[in-house]
Ligand binder design. Structure first.
Ligand SMILES: N[C@@H](CCC(=O)N[C@@H](CS)C(=O)NCC(=O)O)C(=O)O
Length: 215
């Protein structure tokens, strides 16, 4: 049976898996789970992921949630260099864990404050915004230093580490994390858009979806 991805092209976490699938060139079906319509709260979807979160990948008996776990599964299934060998494999995992534990903590707060609350007509919380920006600056300084003399986060190729870190650029125009203070981070992300078709293709899908949602 063909693999099936459940998600929404406007979601940064879905984008991480779509980028891996496009980069690998894997065949898959896509089913839209529209969060604004509550598709993630149906009994059928909760049977796949009791957290009610996208993305979910179903591949025969394998039902997987958590974008990082799905991407590791895909990279291993297709022997993709998205997950390199040797020490670069461990470094890729290091940056994926770092992304989850630190790097991706602040941006969803900015999304909630500047995008979700605007859509819902709720007031922003300036303290939450200030705390999120402080956290983003702290970790962006570390990534900026790492990227000073590197084209990609690990080794000489695009890996799952780039995907998990670049995911926070998904809503850049709307949630506005202060990345423009970090020139190496900005330059790395521009390189991804320029040289990795899977990354620019998923960016275009995000923008189309968000334009439709916000009009
Ligand atoms: N840690 C999860 C996060 C997934 C996640 O946050 N998904 C969001 C969309 S980007 C979601 O489904 N939100 C719905 C909800 O929280 O009810 C992953 O990496 O896959």
């Amino acid at each position: 049976m063909i693999m099936k991805l459940y998600g929404d092209p406007g979601s940064g976490s879905t984008r991480r898996v779509l980028a891996a699938l496009y980069h690998i060139g894997a065949e898959f079906e896509f089913e839209l789970i529209d969060l604004f319509k509550g598709d993630n709260r149906t009994p059928q979807f909760l049977a796949l992921n009791p957290n009610g979160m996208i993305p979910v990948l179903v591949d025969d008996d394998a039902v997987l949630y958590e974008a990082a776990a799905i991407n590791l599964y895909l990279a291993e299934k297709f022997s993709s260099n998205l997950l390199p060998a040797g020490v670069d494999r461990s470094l890729t995992l290091q940056w994926m864990f770092w992304a989850a534990e630190h790097w991706r903590q602040g941006p969803p707060v900015l999304f909630n404050e500047r995008v979700a609350k605007t859509i819902m007509g709720l007031p922003q919380d300036p303290r939450a915004i200030a705390d999120a920006e402080a956290s983003i600056r702290k970790f962006a300084a570390i990534l900026d230093d790492h990227l000073q003399d590197r084209q990609y986060v690990v080794g000489k190729h695009f890996t799952l580490a780039d995907i998990d870190l670049a995911a926070t650029f998904t809503h850049l125009p709307r949630s506005r994390p202060p990345y423009d203070e970090f020139p190496n981070v900005m330059a790395w992300h521009h390189r991804l858009l320029e040289h990795v078709p899977a990354w620019s293709r998923t960016r275009d899908k995000v923008e189309q979806r968000m334009a439709a949602l916000m009009k």
